[in-house]
Design a protein around this ligand. Structure first.
Ligand code: AHR
Length: 322
């Protein structure tokens, strides 16, 4: 394997004599610099994720260089290249889409800068291009949504017509949440996804696409499955404006469990939200320190999460951190 000494340490767990040309002890003592290329500010989840990263870096005494890609892959690639040019100690990013990263990741590898993936992963044959991926299991989140629906509709005899608001096209959560959900509902042919379109993880798009769904199918729609809370909240507005009752006329399932979703559940407008934690900052900072100290890290760190149906929302709300 020809990867850098730093990454070699991480992936093999061997003790390192030096890191990036410095003795491990010296590397660990200097103020670490982390370059973080964020996806954007598309959702309440993302805002909480950014805040978690910024506050944890401050607390950990790590210098953070932060950029917002406004949901564009080319902006993230530019940011990563600029972190390479600035010779930061570690680069972390949450890839807006899954594919198309190999070239820039090879550039980071050639510059001996370890890369940590947070929240979303890349689709690459070469997993030596990053040290670790920390974040949720999106397929499992989709399965949880599917299982909740199957249980809720177990006594329903006729067809269950579902409309789906997908996340950003080509992103890991959009691909995986769809996959996990379909894997569960396909066991019973009464469940039918009659429309599925992207709402790009935003409230505005969620509302716009739901308006189109309602125009086309109106009362035929029994269930809305939204890949995040923001799109569900936008869709709720569209449903109300169409004179229907969200969570009653249309059962609504979404993902993230942000405060906005809890408010909607307490108001009786959203049936369930599947948790996806954005609070990855502390874990990321500890990974950066471990990398600097030459400690091995697992290739995959999965966030533990649960599910919040509307019945528990009022009780759980005061405990929510995002
Ligand atoms: O990658 C996590 C997803 O991205 C969240 O579910 C969504 O709200 C965000 O924009």
């Amino acid at each position: 394997m020809t990867f850098t000494r730093r990454a070699l340490v991480i992936s093999t767990g061997l003790a390192a004599a030096s890191v990036a040309g410095l003795p491990v002890s010296a590397f660990a003592q200097k103020k670490l610099v982390l370059g973080f290329a964020q996806v954007g500010a598309e959702s309440e989840w993302r805002t909480a994720n950014t805040e978690s990263i910024k506050s944890s870096a401050k607390e950990a005494g790590i210098e953070l260089k932060f950029s917002d890609a406004q949901q564009k892959q080319e902006n993230q690639i530019k940011a990563i290249r600029s972190y390479i040019a600035q010779k930061v100690d570690v680069i972390a990013f949450s890839p807006v889409v899954e594919t198309g990263w190999d070239t820039v990741l090879r550039e980071a590898k050639a510059a001996k800068i370890p890369v940590v993936l947070t929240d979303r992963s890349v689709n690459s044959k070469d997993d030596s291009l990053y040290v670790t991926f920390m974040g949720s299991d999106f397929v499992e989140e989709g399965r949880k949504a599917g299982r909740w629906l199957v249980e809720k509709m177990k006594d329903q005899k006729g067809e269950v017509n579902i409309v789906e608001l997908q996340g950003t096209v080509g992103s890991a959560p959009a691909i995986d949440r769809k996959k996990g959900f379909e894997e569960i509902i396909k066991a019973d042919p009464k469940f039918k996804i009659i429309r599925s379109q992207t709402g790009d993880f935003t409230r505005a798009k969620g509302k716009e696409v739901m308006e189109a769904f309602l125009k086309a199918d109106g009362k035929k729609i029994n269930v809305l499955y939204a890949h995040n809370d923001d799109m569900a909240i936008g869709a709720i507005q569209a449903i109300e404006e169409a004179g229907m009752k969200p969570a009653k006329d249309i059962t609504i399932i979404s993902i993230d469990a942000v405060k906005g979703a809890f408010e909607a559940m307490i108001a009786g407008k959203l049936n369930v939200s599947i948790e996806c934690s954005p609070l990855l900052g502390p874990q990321l900072m500890s990974a950066v320190k471990d990398i600097a100290a030459g400690k091995p890290l697992p290739k995959r760190i999965v966030t533990e999460e649960t599910i919040f149906p509307m019945e528990v929302a009022a009780k759980e709300f005061p405990k929510r951190k995002y």
